[in-house]
Design a binder for this molecule. Structure first.
Ligand code: SAM
Length: 290
């Protein structure tokens, strides 16, 4: 089994058939069948001796095997229990891999990563697109244990992760991620490098955790409430959008006062503000509330 070529569509079809399995749409099972894309993911992860890797959604183990063969310590978390025996076969003889069968979103990862060896982890995942944002959020919540995240995401999500002010892709997700991470595009990926072929094109993205966030903010929770309010009503002027937020509960005068103290024109739209400018608003709001 370790000899099987996992980037060959005929061979993985045979592997699935031999185990009586079919790709499950519900779990976003589109398996990577391209050697070049695989190499770029592995290179971006920096896998090698002394590197801890948490892989989410190993599937048939195409990425996992390569990460482990480069000498990294790998823990992979797969939600589909029917894939466990395939993974055990494919990864046989690689003592540096552990397989955990679970929905990753249900795991208390901060505790587990400490248990599995502590230190910083690189997260690698080619995941179903509907859980991209929950997974990124989960990883940023445990950011003290994470050094980087290498993820295959839908092309549109990649655009949102990298977006700058004054663009339609710029929004809460852009700011949340860019506040904590530097975002690099590794490679644009055609839908044809998967079996079965999904409905969308993809991009491999690397999020490198910053040593300190992109702006100096006293109350991060308040920052993200302000950001959500600004983009929740993105066509409205900022003072209006902030005063309509059920989270902030500010009236128009309060919103105008905070913006005035922050030196930001309340007639601007949220999508024109940089992260630093949102930070100014959050810090002014903290001052006003104190
Ligand atoms: N990494 C493999 C590859 O590149 O060929 C498989 C990728 S496939 C797009 C996504 C994988 O994530 C599937 O194996 C699926 O069962 C698994 N998965 C889906 N939701 C998951 C979850 N919540 N937790 C862990 N794994 C999950």
């Amino acid at each position: 089994m370790p000899d099987i070529n996992l980037t060959s569509a005929p061979q993985i079809k045979q592997l699935l058939a031999a185990h009586g399995l079919h790709p499950k749409k519900r779990l976003g099972q589109n398996f990577l069948i391209d050697r070049n894309v695989l190499d770029r993911i592995i290179d971006a992860s920096g896998a090698g001796p002394g590197v801890n890797i948490l892989e989410i959604g190993p599937g048939l183990g195409v990425v996992t095997r390569e990460l482990a063969e480069r000498g990294a310590r790998v823990v992979c978390v797969e939600a589909d229990c029917e894939l466990e025996h395939v993974l055990r076969d494919v990864l046989a003889g690689l003592p540096n891999v552990d397989i955990v069968v679970s929905d990753v979103l249900r795991l208390k990862l901060a505790d587990l990563l400490k248990e599995w060896g502590g230190g910083k982890w690189v997260v690698v995942g080619n995941l179903p697109y509907y859980i991209t944002t929950p997974i990124i959020t989960q990883m940023l919540e445990i950011r003290e244990h994470v050094s980087a995240i290498v993820m295959m995401v839908q092309r549109e999500v990649a655009a949102r992760l990298q977006a700058v002010p004054h663009t339609s892709d710029y929004g809460s997700l852009s700011i949340f991620v860019q506040y904590y991470c530097r975002v690099e595009s590794i490679l644009k990926v055609s839908r044809n490098v998967f079996f079965p072929v999904p409905d969308v094109d993809s991009e491999v993205i690397k999020l490198v955790l910053r040593d300190t966030p992109a702006a100096d903010v006293r109350d991060e929770e308040l920052l993200f409430k302000i950001v959500r309010a600004a983009f929740g009503k993105r066509r409205k002027k900022l003072f209006n959008a902030l005063s309509l937020s059920p989270e902030l509960k500010w009236d128009k005068d309060q919103a105008l006062n905070v913006l005035d103290k922050a030196g930001i024109d309340g007639n601007r739209r949220g999508e024109t503000l940089s992260i630093e400018e949102f930070a100014q608003v959050a810090n002014a709001a903290s001052d006003v509330q104190e």
